[in-house]
Write a protein that binds this ligand. Structure first.
Ligand SMILES: Cc1cc2nc3c(=O)[nH]c(=O)nc-3n(C[C@H](O)[C@H](O)[C@H](O)COP(=O)(O)OP(=O)(O)OC[C@H]3O[C@@H](n4cnc5c(N)ncnc54)[C@H](O)[C@@H]3O)c2cc1C
Ligand SMILES: *[C@@H]1O[C@H](CO)[C@@H](O)[C@H](O)[C@H]1NC(C)=O
Ligand SMILES: *[C@@H]1O[C@H](CO)[C@@H](O)[C@H](O)[C@H]1NC(C)=O
Ligand SMILES: *[C@@H]1O[C@H](CO)[C@@H](O)[C@H](O)[C@H]1NC(C)=O
Ligand SMILES: *[C@@H]1O[C@H](CO)[C@@H](O)[C@H](O)[C@H]1NC(C)=O
Ligand SMILES: *[C@@H]1O[C@H](CO)[C@@H](O)[C@H](O)[C@H]1NC(C)=O
Length: 541
């Protein structure tokens, strides 16, 4: 979890019982097949006469009565804010391990009318993959997670339920000079992460994950399995940044691997306010998107207990360079001398070790750690995002830092753009935040106490800070990153006014690409089977 990075330490490198019975029950007392059966009973009835054999069905279906229902539900909850007794729970959970099972589940979801939420890794910041205001069932893809690397043509097929860590590990096992540009956190699900764009510390050189996707396999609203050729270029365009959940169930993506040197260099240099951290961030804004594209320097503004335990702010500059330390030091010296980078600050390591470094693991952590799917820290959080196209003036930065300190637990992560990101036209893919973006801000507020009051006060605090930032960030629209899902920027009830409601957040996430997404949606899913509170709406009737 990249946000646990040096959270608590001061140092620079701190940081289901199955239901063999349900089929019988359907015909007897448990699910009385009355005049109007409940949606979940009709769902189960539909499946019982589907192509899924009975023994398989029992193996992949969890009802609230199943012994393992709760553990299967909680396994992929990443935010304790949505792990409470009052969080709305699914009527059913399905954990298919065959594509054909996904097809039948989609068909029965259409027949029953109940909302289907799709979950791959469960990192959705607003939990749209595993909870909803409406009755719903979860289609959980963690059993579909194979990865096939083909070094001959430098491609791979990755199933939706695989994690970024598993992908990195699989590449590393086959080659020490190949990599893939995607998230810094190593437990992200490919299904959600790629369909929402997917960025990481290789984006200045290689763009987003979706900029390197060359084929995909989905189950569409009719339960058909389609590849790129079968789905056509419009739908293939949409599922590369427009979010999968509006269009179908992504089963797998085919990606082009990228080449990296056998040795890369990383550093983390942390400065306090007394060490002019604010000035450094100010300077960073003028160079971060212009550096050599082999270099990615993130700035992370975090609160910590400073002198006399007074909350203060420090800034970590965390970098990945696709080259050696000497070249890195001279690059930084000529472009960002204020940082005072020394060779001792740098570590020359393999790309796979740089993945562990960025994920916050200590030196020498074994690569097998990337295969760990569970996250350990069940804290609560709320995130928001912004894009910056004009450097924030010094006064603005000072005031922001002051407010961070006052907040006690709001952090900001600045991620630089430029390089390859600026060369890809805004309409090439649904993700529109390209040329002109200097950096993206991720706002984080993380807390450990539980309860609605403490949740609300933290969320309010972050909203207030976001309001304060208005003059310094992109306008008309105020852009936002789909993968940093934020329900505050609008939602739809999928009722009559869905188009207008959807346009509010749609323009922020997709700018001018929103209308094309709506057209694709209307064509491929006219009954709005694939929906959630922030899905792409149908064209206005
Ligand atoms: C700790 C942490 C670190 C993060 N770091 C990064 C980062 O470095 N870079 C970055 O870009 N993002 C990052 N994110 C955001 C992350 O990319 C998104 O939350 C992403 O959507 C997660 O995908 P998932 O499959 O894990 O999530 P899920 O919650 O399973 O899914 C997210 C959304 O995608 C839909 N979806 C999931 N699977 C499918 C599928 N197979 N077919 C169709 N729709 C599907 C869901 O219904 C939901 O709407 C981070 C998030 C967290 C919590
Ligand atoms: C159900 O949970 C128990 C206890 O956690 C576990 O031993 C068992 O393997 C689980 N069964 C399945 C099918 O997940
Ligand atoms: C049950 O599901 C698991 C995956 O969860 C799978 O490996 C196993 O083969 C399934 N068993 C049967 C009998 O289908
Ligand atoms: C959810 O709650 C269970 C206990 O009910 C706990 O074991 C688990 O760690 C929690 N997960 C998160 C993300 O809060
Ligand atoms: C911080 O900036 C001031 C004014 O420019 C300068 O005098 C001082 O040396 C700087 N401090 C550090 C630690 O660089
Ligand atoms: C700082 O705060 C911590 C935890 O709140 C406390 O244990 C410690 O004694 C405090 N130190 C000082 C110097 O006040």
């Amino acid at each position: 979890m990249n946000y646990h990075w040096s959270a608590s330490s001061q140092s620079a490198f701190s940081m289901l019982q199955l239901l063999p019975l349900f089929l019988c029950c359907l015909n007897s007392f448990s699910f009385p097949v009355s005049a109007s059966p409940s949606p979940s009973a009709s769902f189960l009835k539909c499946l019982s006469i589907s192509k899924i054999p009975e023994h398989q069905l029992a193996n992949i279906t969890y009802t609230p009565k199943s012994t393992n229902y709760t553990s299967v539900l909680q396994d992929y909850i990443r935010n304790s804010r949505f792990n409470t007794s009052s969080t709305p729970k699914p009527a059913l959970i399905f954990t298919p391990f065959l594509e054909s099972q996904v097809q039948e589940i989609v068909k029965c979801s259409k027949e029953s009318g109940i909302q289907l939420t799709i979950r791959s890794g469960g990192h959705d910041y607003e939990a749209l993959s595993y909870t909803s205001k409406n009755p719903f069932v979860i289609l959980d893809l963690f059993n579909l997670r194979s990865i096939a690397i083909n070094l001959e043509d430098e491609t791979a097929w990755v199933e939706a339920g695989a994690t970024t860590g598993e992908l990195y590990y699989a590449i590393w096992q086959k080659s020490k000079v190949h990599a893939f540009p995607s998230g810094v956190c190593t437990t992200l699900g490919i299904g959600g992460h790629f369909s929402g764009g997917g960025y990481g510390n290789l984006l200045r050189k290689f763009g987003l994950s979706v900029d390197n996707v060359v084929d995909a396999k989905i189950v569409d609203a009719n339960g058909r399995i389609l590849d790129r050729k079968g789905m056509g270029e419009d739908l293939f365009w949409a599922i590369r940044g427009g979010g999968g959940a509006s269009f179908g169930v992504v089963l797998a993506y085919k990606i082009n691997l990228v080449r990296v040197p056998p040795t890369v260099t990383v550093f983390q240099v942390t400065k306090t306010l007394e060490e002019n951290a604010t000035d450094l961030v100010y300077q960073w804004q003028y160079i971060a998107d212009k550096f050599d594209r082999d270099l990615f320097v993130r700035a992370f503004l975090q609160t910590y207990a400073g002198e006399k335990n007074k909350t203060s702010v420090r800034v970590s500059f965390i970098a990945l360079f696709l080259g050696d330390a000497d070249k890195l030091v001279s690059l930084v010296k000529s472009n960002f001398p204020e940082l005072g980078l020394k060779k001792e600050d740098c570590k020359e390591i393999s790309w796979i070790q740089s993945v562990l470094f960025f994920a916050g693991y200590p030196d020498g952590t074994p690569e097998t750690t990337l295969l760990v799917r569970k996250t350990t820290s069940p804290s609560a959080s709320k995130m928001k995002s912004d894009y910056v196209r004009t450097p924030i003036p010094k006064d603005g930065l000072r005031e922001a830092v002051k407010r961070l300190a006052e907040s006690g637990n709001i952090w900001m992560q600045f991620n630089p753009y430029g390089g390859k990101m600026s060369e890809i036209p805004e309409s090439a893919l649904p993700f529109p935040h390209r040329a002109g973006v200097i950096f993206k801000i991720q706002y984080l507020v993380i807390w450990n106490e539980a309860g609605p009051a403490v949740d609300q006060s933290n969320i309010d605090k972050l909203r207030e800070f976001y309001k304060f930032m208005t003059p310094y960030v992109s306008k008309n629209p105020r852009e936002a990153f789909l993968n940093y899902r934020d329900i505050d920027i609008g939602s739809t009830d999928n009722g009559n006014d869905a188009y207008n409601q959807g346009k509010v957040y749609g323009i922020k996430y997709f700018k001018g690409n929103f209308d094309r997404l709506v057209q694709v949606k209307t064509k491929v899913d006219p009954t709005n089977l694939f929906r959630n509170e922030q899905s792409i709406p149908l064209l206005r009737k």
